[in-house]
Ligand binder design. Structure first.
Ligand code: HEC
Ligand code: HEC
Length: 242
């Protein structure tokens, strides 16, 4: 083959491959830019259909309130949360695209794996249980259940559940809020809660939460009318309706 013909063929090759007759049969290829195709890369880290994987750090995203997931995608895009790979995944995407992905994962209802076995003593676990269910009045810590729902499965439209997350992930998130590395829509009630927790209490609350089984019906509670602190993140921002 002459050099000119080879160069010409190389130029043509991408066109040929893009031509339907050369591509895989239509039945095997999801339509270009379908939601099923868009969420594929997410599963490498978040597990199939957004379940948590065996690596405790990657949070489960399946079945969380759509408003919560959407707010987080905005938080990564707008640098209120900082995790390079997540920022990369969403930095060029528009609101509608992110809202659609959030809804996709919110609609996945899958069984949760059993909780972690407790790795701390009973006194620590008891302190954690009290903080979560009753708070601590002298330290002005509201009960976590007051916002995250009586069954800790979250509340609509945008407050996440606290069960089914690993001890490591919970501590990292609360620590990030204390240090100002995770932020939510203002007023940021979680920053307030995290700053009122001593490091020992933060550890205890996370430890207790990580050992609790997720109820069979993990659906979030109805919206809670009166929260103990004002939370900009307990709702979906109105810009979301753009
Ligand atoms: C390279 C691994 C990786 C990929 C790929 C990835 N994520 Fe993540 N994602 C993470 C990690 C790690 C976190 C927790 C980051 C942190 O510490 O705040 C996270 C956090 C999240 C959260 C917040 C969860 C919560 O409970 O607050 C959402 C929502 C999310 N990812 C959605 C997605 C979507 C949608 C995609 C695909 C477009 C995706 N992720 C792709 C690693 C990944
Ligand atoms: C005043 C209401 C309120 C109280 C009280 C509260 N939370 Fe929250 N929490 C929220 C809201 C709203 C969010 C969602 C924030 C966002 O969008 O980033 C949240 C998010 C979280 C997250 C992130 C979950 C994830 O998947 O990344 C953790 C962890 C958490 N809260 C733990 C706690 C613990 C532990 C307590 C009790 C000591 C508590 N919260 C008390 C309102 C509250």
């Amino acid at each position: 083959m002459s050099v000119r013909a080879a160069v010409w063929l190389r130029g043509l090759l991408p066109l040929l491959l893009a031509w339907p007759a050369f591509a895989a049969p239509a039945a095997q290829t999801p339509p270009l830019d379908s939601i099923d195709q868009r969420v594929q890369p997410c599963m490498a880290c978040h597990g199939r259909e957004g379940r948590a994987t065996s690596d405790g750090y990657y949070p489960r995203i399946a079945g969380k309130p759509a408003g919560y997931l959407y707010n987080q995608l905005l938080n990564f895009r707008e640098a209120r949360r900082d995790y390079a790979m997540m920022t990369y995944m969403v930095e060029r995407q528009g609101d509608a695209y992110l809202a659609e992905m959030a809804q996709y994962f919110a609609d996945q209802h899958l069984p949760y794996p059993p909780p972690q076995a407790p790795a701390v003593g009973t006194a620590v676990l008891e302190r954690g249980r009290r903080l979560v269910n009753d708070g601590d009045a002298p330290q002005r810590i509201p009960a976590c259940v007051a916002c995250h729902g009586a069954r800790l499965t979250g509340a609509l439209p945008a407050t996440p559940g606290l069960l089914g997350l690993s001890h490591d992930y919970l501590m990292a998130q609360l620590g990030a809020w204390r240090e100002g590395n995770r932020r939510a829509h203002a007023p940021d009630c979680m920053a307030e809660v995290a700053r009122r927790l001593t490091p020992a209490d933060l550890y205890a609350a996370s430890a207790w939460l990580a050992t609790q089984p997720v109820p069979d019906d993990a659906s979030p509670a109805a919206p809670i009318a009166e929260l103990p602190l004002e939370c900009g993140s307990a709702m979906v921002p109105t810009e979301a309706k753009r």
